[in-house]
Every structure is written in C-alpha cells, then in structure tokens.
Write a new protein. Structure first.
Length: 234
C-alpha cells in the first residue's frame, strides 16, 4: 500500500503542477518508480513504470527533433555509465524487485479466481446485478472478503447504480479534454483494477477531481488550449 500512496501523491502533484501552468517534471515519476521497485509489489511496480513512461513520452511529444535526438543521446550515455559503475548494486535491486515476477510472472495470485466468480454471479443472477453480489462463498472468504478490484467493490456497495457511475467514467474518454489528465486518470483506473483502493474510500477525491477537470476542460476550449500549449521540460 505504500507504493499506492506514493503513486497517489505523485499524481496529485502532477495534477496541481499542470493545473497552474507549470512545467511537467519527470523526476517525481522517477522517484515513484524507484520507491515501487524497492517495495517489490508487482502492481505498484507496473503502474509506477507506466506513469514514468507516460510522463516521458508526453514530454517527448512537445520538443523539437534536435532536442529529441540530444535527449536520447544524453540518456543513453548517462544510463550506460551508471549501469557500468553500479552493475552489482543494480543486479541486487533487480533480484529483489523482480523476484516475484520471476517466481510468479503475471499470475494474479487469486485475483483471477475472484474476478471470474464475481462476474459469473453478477451476470448469472439479476438480483445480484441490481443489489450487488453476495460474498457468501469460500473463495471470497479465503481472501478475507477483499475483492482486490475497486470496480467490483463499487458494484458490491452500490449495485446497479455503480454501472451508471462507470458509464460516466467511460464518458471521460470521449469528451474534449487534455490528454495529460486523461493519461493520469487511466493510470489510476489501472491501479484500481488490481486492488480495492477506490470507490468507497477516502482517497476517491482524486478520482472525482480528475473527472471534474476533464469535463471542465471539455466545456472550456480556451482553458484546454492554454494548458495544451505549455512548455515541458525535465
């Protein structure tokens, strides 16, 4: 959960930094990724690296061809020197951080069973679809009734009304809005699909805040243009 909160606060930093027309800095995403690697949680590692790649390529799309070539050469040279001088340390970090990947791969360690069972109950029973799925099952009990999926958690609490909420979330990707906010939104939703961390949680405010910004920019062309035209840097 530490990597989740690190991701959450990093994204909140980017939201505010971006909202006030400041420059997009890759260092917070890099720090978040390093912390996730040290904490070895697979979901945290994958999503924090997604954030790092998203920020990097977002920056990349705003610079000239010469700057792109220069940046690639600098990153390649610095990375090569760093790997050469810290090879043993990096190998230890690799073994500790990716040990669970080596052992388990992308196996969801029970999450797949939970997902399949919840979906089958929700689709197979109209009452479960309307009022939420009962967790009276040995598989749910084995995992302490933790659904490990924020979307299923929302359906369990809200029933069919959660489907209306999910439709609003889906609409965020079809309204005119800034790609940076949408990218951060997708990253949070991916993280929410692997653990019960959103919807009926005190950190939901960040999800709602991003949705508000996306819809607000979709209705305000001038605001959207101002943000899209900002200069980015490392």
């Amino acid at each position: 959960m530490v990597s989740f909160y690190a991701l959450l606060y990093t994204i909140y930093y980017y939201i505010e930094d971006f909202r006030w027309n400041k420059k997009v800095n890759i260092l917070p995403a890099l720090n978040c990724s390093v912390l996730a690697l040290l904490l070895v949680g697979r979901s945290g590692i994958i999503v924090s690296l997604l954030l790092l790649l998203f920020v990097f390529f977002y920056q990349f799309s705003f610079i000239s061809t010469f700057s792109k070539v220069k940046r690639i050469l600098i990153i390649t040279a610095v990375s090569g020197v760093f790997v050469y001088t810290n090879y043993q340390l990096l190998m230890q970090l690799y073994e500790s951080s990716f040990g669970r990947f080596i052992e388990l791969g992308v196996d969801m360690t029970g999450r797949e069973d939970i997902n399949q069972l919840y979906l089958s109950k929700m689709i197979g029973d109209p009452m479960a679809l309307i009022f939420g799925v009962s967790l009276n099952d040995p598989i749910f009990e084995r995992f302490d009734f933790n659904l490990h999926n924020s979307f299923f958690s929302a359906h369990y609490f809200w029933g069919i009304f959660s489907l209306i909420f999910f439709a609003i979330i889906l609409k965020c990707f079809f309204v005119k809005g800034n790609i940076f906010y949408k990218g951060l939104f997708v990253i949070l939703l991916i993280r929410g699909s692997t653990d019960q961390v959103f919807f009926i949680d005190f950190m939901d405010v960040i999800i709602y805040y991003l949705m508000f910004l996306i819809f607000n920019l979709g209705n305000n062309v001038d605001s959207d243009r101002t943000i899209n035209d900002k200069v980015v840097c490392v």
